[in-house]
Design a protein around this ligand. Structure first.
Ligand code: UFG
Length: 328
């Protein structure tokens, strides 16, 4: 297949591009490189530009016979979205609308959309099922939920079939050691812990130890980025085989507390990473754990990295060999 990956130079996007290339697909990347890194692309044809720019979309779709689209292009900082909601609604919803218009114009009928556990907000049940209540507690989650709804109507009106994948905590790095996680500024737990291990930070601050969890720190479901990539390709293949539009959770179905993640990272690195308890971070639910049974059953998804230790090993392998991320 010839697949357009929007936001392909980002953390999850770049692992998607690598996975598609490994599986013999042709890859076209559209990325404005605002948060993505050119060096994270292990191949494919890159177009640098914004999804909201009709000209670049016309160029991409006329120069390439695209079979399907995978869309990762979005702003994704929860905290920033609370401070600047319009940026998130404008960019995350607006750019997907432009993309869908182009898909309709050029008769491209399949899209896999990068959604999030943040669509659920405070969960009603653990593990979380796809049919559970969606009530986002921040504009980032709200913008992704809005796109899911837009996709539903575009399916009805234009026959564009979609799969929305709601990721839990994406983490880890490619086992080839060439690509990994580099956000600026970094806000995610595992890279922050590993930066502390490397002496790039003095310590890690644990945001709250008075949650209603076993050790009082937040519990999350950590899922390897390459496993997320494999689910996207399975979802595309399913759509191409006539599958209906659907939504799936992607997680490992196991929860780890922040303290447990720090402990596993200490074990993997052999370094006594310093940690200190700090105030809660606004908007953090106590526990988020996915049920991914639907993806396992219907997509035939088999996550390979189901131990936190191996996931952190892959991240550690990348971080210790890329002390400044993608910066030369
Ligand atoms: N945490 C710390 N210290 C840090 C960073 C994080 O204690 O320095 C804690 C957070 O409070 C949270 C856990 O570690 O309890 C994980 O935090 P991350 O920022 O790594 O991830 P989140 O669970 O906040 O966010 C993830 C995705 C988002 C998505 C969200 C859905 O990264 O894109 O899940 O709720 F929106």
């Amino acid at each position: 297949m010839k697949i357009l990956v929007c936001g392909g130079a980002g953390y999850i996007g770049s692992h998607m591009v690598a996975y598609l290339l490994e599986n013999g697909h042709d890859v076209i990347v559209l990325d404005n490189l605002q948060t993505g890194h050119k060096d994270s692309l292990l191949g494919g044809k890159l177009y640098i530009g914004n999804l909201k720019d009709n000209e670049i979309l016309d160029k991409v779709f006329t120069e390439n016979k695209i079979d399907a689209v995978i869309d990762f292009a979005a702003n994704s900082l929860v905290g920033e979205s609370v401070e600047n909601p319009l940026k998130y609604f404008d960019n995350n919803i607006g750019s997907t609308i432009k993309l869908l218009e182009a898909m309709n114009k050029y008769n491209v009928k399949y899209i896999v959309f990068s959604s999030t556990a943040a669509t659920y907000g405070e969960p009603e049940n653990i593990p979380i099922l796809e049919q559970d209540k969606t009530f986002p507690t921040n504009p980032y989650g709200e913008s992704k939920l809005a796109v899911e709804k837009i996709l539903k109507w575009c399916d009805r009106a234009y026959g564009i079939k979609y799969t929305a994948l709601r990721y839990f905590n994406a983490c880890g790095a490619h086992i080839n050691g060439k690509i990994g996680e580099d956000h600026r500024p970094e806000s995610h737990l595992i890279p922050i812990i590993l930066q502390a291990a490397l002496g790039k930070r003095e310590k890690i601050m644990i945001f709250g130890d008075d949650y209603n969890t076993e050790d009082g720190t937040c519990v999350r479901d950590y899922v390897h980025v390459s496993d997320l990539a494999s689910a996207h390709l399975l979802a595309l293949e399913r759509l191409r085989n006539g599958g209906e539009s659907k939504i799936y959770n992607l997680g490992n179905g196991k929860g780890f507390s922040v303290k447990e993640v720090v402990d596993v990272a200490r074990m993997v690195t052999g370094i006594n990473i310093k940690a200190e308890i700090a105030e809660r971070r606004a908007g953090d639910p106590a526990t988020l754990i996915a049920s991914s049974e639907k993806a396992i059953k219907e997509l035939g998804w088999k996550p390979k990295f189901n131990s936190l230790e191996t996931i952190i090993e892959t991240a550690w392998n990348w971080h210790k060999n890329h002390l400044n991320g993608y910066e030369k």
